[in-house]
Write a protein that binds this ligand. Sequence first.
Ligand SMILES: *[C@@H]1O[C@H](CO)[C@@H](O)[C@H](O)[C@H]1NC(C)=O
Ligand SMILES: *[C@@H]1O[C@H](CO)[C@@H](O)[C@H](O)[C@H]1NC(C)=O
Ligand SMILES: *[C@@H]1O[C@H](CO)[C@@H](O)[C@H](O)[C@H]1NC(C)=O
Ligand SMILES: *[C@@H]1O[C@H](CO)[C@@H](O)[C@H](O)[C@H]1NC(C)=O
Ligand SMILES: *[C@@H]1O[C@H](CO)[C@@H](O)[C@H](O)[C@H]1NC(C)=O
Ligand SMILES: *[C@@H]1O[C@H](CO)[C@@H](O)[C@H](O)[C@H]1NC(C)=O
Ligand SMILES: *[C@@H]1O[C@H](CO)[C@@H](O)[C@H](O)[C@H]1NC(C)=O
Ligand SMILES: *[C@@H]1O[C@H](CO)[C@@H](O)[C@H](O)[C@H]1NC(C)=O
Ligand SMILES: *[C@@H]1O[C@H](CO)[C@@H](O)[C@H](O)[C@H]1NC(C)=O
Ligand SMILES: *[C@@H]1O[C@H](CO)[C@@H](O)[C@H](O)[C@H]1NC(C)=O
Ligand SMILES: *[C@@H]1O[C@H](CO)[C@@H](O)[C@H](O)[C@H]1NC(C)=O
Length: 736
Amino acid sequence: MAQQLLLFQLMIFSSWAAATIAFSSQPLQTCPQNCGNVTIPFPFGTSEGCYMDTEYSITCNTSYNPPKPFLVDGQHEVLSIPLDGEILIEGRRSYASYCPNSTGSDLSKIHVSLNGSPFRFSNRNRFTAMGCNTMATISELEVLGFASGCLSFCTYQTVVDNGSCDGKGCCQNKIPKGLQGFNVSLSSALTFNGTWETSTCSFAFLVAEDSFSFQALDLSETSLNMKNIPVAVDWAIGNSTCEAAVGGPICGPNSNCSNSSNNVTGYRCYCNKGFEGNPYLSIGCQDINECKEGYNNSCAAEARCFNTYGSYECKCPDHHHGDGREDGQGCMHNTGAIPLVAIVAGTGLGIIFLFVCMFLLYWAIKRRKLIKLREKFFENNGGLLLRQHIATRKDVEDIAKIFTLDDIKKATNNFDERRILGQGGNGTVYKGILSNKAVAIKKSKIVDQSQIIQFINEVDILSQINHRNVVKLLGCCLETEVPLLVYEFISSGTLYEHIHEENHASYISWEDRLRVAAETAGALAYLHSSHSIPVLHRDVKSTNILLDDKYIAKVSDFGASRLAPMDRIQMTTLVQGTFGYLDPESFLTGQLTDKSDVYSFGVVLAELLTGEKPLSSARAEEHTSLAMYFISSMENNNLFQIIDDQVIEEGIKEQLLGVANLVMKCLKVKGEKRPTMKEVAAELDALRMSNDYSWKQQNHMESDYQLAEPLIIYVGESSGQESVESNLLVPLHIAR
Ligand SMILES: *[C@@H]1O[C@H](CO)[C@@H](O)[C@H](O)[C@H]1NC(C)=O
Ligand SMILES: *[C@@H]1O[C@H](CO)[C@@H](O)[C@H](O)[C@H]1NC(C)=O
Ligand SMILES: *[C@@H]1O[C@H](CO)[C@@H](O)[C@H](O)[C@H]1NC(C)=O
Ligand SMILES: *[C@@H]1O[C@H](CO)[C@@H](O)[C@H](O)[C@H]1NC(C)=O
Ligand SMILES: *[C@@H]1O[C@H](CO)[C@@H](O)[C@H](O)[C@H]1NC(C)=O
Ligand SMILES: *[C@@H]1O[C@H](CO)[C@@H](O)[C@H](O)[C@H]1NC(C)=O
Ligand SMILES: *[C@@H]1O[C@H](CO)[C@@H](O)[C@H](O)[C@H]1NC(C)=O
Ligand SMILES: *[C@@H]1O[C@H](CO)[C@@H](O)[C@H](O)[C@H]1NC(C)=O
Ligand SMILES: *[C@@H]1O[C@H](CO)[C@@H](O)[C@H](O)[C@H]1NC(C)=O
Ligand SMILES: *[C@@H]1O[C@H](CO)[C@@H](O)[C@H](O)[C@H]1NC(C)=O
Ligand SMILES: *[C@@H]1O[C@H](CO)[C@@H](O)[C@H](O)[C@H]1NC(C)=O
């Protein structure tokens, strides 16, 4: 048994390791995002724990106002660090200059180098010299063996052109790839007779193409101090190509790896088209909402823009056709019919009559086909069976309603995209209005035909469950290929969001947590025992507990997942439920019992107590699973170290201990040793009574919780790394 348990844990951890290995060096939460006016994005950073490697460390010198960032060598001031381009550094301090009068010397030399950093000067830079009798050379003889140079003159006759660098007072050269350091020397081109003004100074420096505009006035200055000289610097991650990177390139979701250019070893990550953000972070790049104000989309003025994941669509208004794009066809009025009618009118009424007849015939056939198809779907989906069930029932009130497709289309405004509440592996959930009541309509993906009878039975039973803490199934529509389920609408999102999502609108207090736990336990106990036919939930987890506007718990997601194809992953048949909540015993035996729900509920209780996620790679490896973490903490008498700080503040010690002990009982490895759901519910009620919360509760009921974005049924796509497992939703079953 112990060995098998270990195996079970190993399976969880190995799937974790694969997901996390590439992103071992993520920046701390507290890292400063900028230095003075310059944004410093990861992999760069100004302090330990913020940069990926010392090579990408940036020194922020706060003795300037505003502070100035410098490259790792401490020599070069950084002007900007765009993640999709080259770093720009300030070249103002690295130019050669000589003014014949002041220095008396005829030659000036400087050495510029990025030694000590992994970066290279971009070949987008231009070697630029200015002067009226000037010869400038640039050389790098040690590695590349490169030397080049240019001459610049201004004669009496020459009019020096502002903005052009073509030999009249200014000259430019390209440089090769891979330059890391170079020498510049500057001298007069002595043999030339007839310079414009021998007293002008000469300069030579490297500057990013198009970033420097030569002005005639520059020649009469004695220094370049007033000008910005941005120099482009190439950088890359690691020291290998994308393919050769150890453990794979660290590019996050929605980004692509690309070999670095310019002879810098390493690779870079770039957000895919339609996405933006930092590809080096584990969260990767996010979808751009091209339809938002200020973003460019090429939708024509009269077309409406709809954002999609990674792109957007332009839709023409009614009675228009075309692709809706400014750079395409745009939207055109459906005028085609009018000239046609005119022609037809010209050729005689008989032809019109023929057309009308043909149209009517066509329409009638199409309509008939549609009705036939709907009838076929209705039959395939067990509609007749369900009707039979209904006919045998007396209490008409509680029975599943069978909605027509027309009802549902009306309710969802013909499956309007703006009505979508959530989308995931299992299907899409729409918000709808059915006879003035808000409902959630779940449109699942492919249905398994062989399970239709079970599906119908479940719809039938579920719709009869009338418990305050269970999301009510109102009915279904069977006229589509895949049945649609209609649920009561719950407005305030999932318990998971309230516990774990930091930016969620409101924090859930301990008394609310305890009440939600008691309500959930009560609902599960009711399902297990009170109902005429015992019902197992099979996938108890915090994402399946919804909260309404008064924070009343509503247990959700039964039966619906019966619609999920069962052969998605080999493991579905073996493992039922969601990792992190899964009863180890049933995992081994392959049989789910009412005690499996008790185990999963124990994990939810632990979540409420600790505020920890059921699976988290942030904890030590052997504690990835919250259940293991909780048990080992209890055994080591460390309970109060893992309880959520806020909970400790609000709770009473005895009460917290009581709940913790209850968790331990629920998490017992042997199912038979766990309490029944009814006992759990009773104990939670007793714990709630152990302190008089009633006045607070009263207060709470009156306050009006309004969350910014109402969300209803959780469709199995949780954020981040849990998503691998969260699609293994498993239906409610009738215990046999
Ligand atoms: C830098 O930021 C300061 C305010 O923090 C602003 O006054 C200044 O204009 C900015 N300078 C540049 C070059 O953007
Ligand atoms: C910051 O700049 C000042 C002035 O250039 C210099 O004296 C100082 O050493 C720099 N500090 C750091 C930490 O580099
Ligand atoms: C350069 O030297 C000449 C003669 O010594 C002097 O007349 C002229 O003013 C000087 N020019 C500058 C810019 O110092
Ligand atoms: C620059 O010149 C110095 C002295 O002439 C020489 O030692 C050095 O190698 C040169 N550096 C490069 C990069 O060519
Ligand atoms: C160049 O610009 C300066 C001012 O920046 C102006 O005085 C001069 O006339 C311009 N020269 C030409 C040839 O346009
Ligand atoms: C330089 O110019 C002077 C007068 O402007 C002329 O006498 C002399 O021959 C020229 N020298 C050369 C090498 O062209
Ligand atoms: C590449 O980087 C790895 C780790 O940073 C290092 O162990 C290895 O020696 C480097 N290889 C080369 C060729 O620089
Ligand atoms: C970039 O990613 C997209 C989708 O993520 C993929 O279709 C495309 O082939 C990738 N391009 C490269 C060069 O890897
Ligand atoms: C990176 O370079 C290697 C070798 O030069 C090449 O095989 C590979 O296809 C390149 N990968 C990308 C994404 O360009
Ligand atoms: C790239 O750098 C290597 C040495 O680091 C050099 O041998 C090679 O010539 C360079 N390639 C180019 C195109 O500059
Ligand atoms: C939108 O397009 C204009 C012109 O093509 C461009 O100047 C602007 O930067 C673009 N804006 C965004 C947010 O991409």
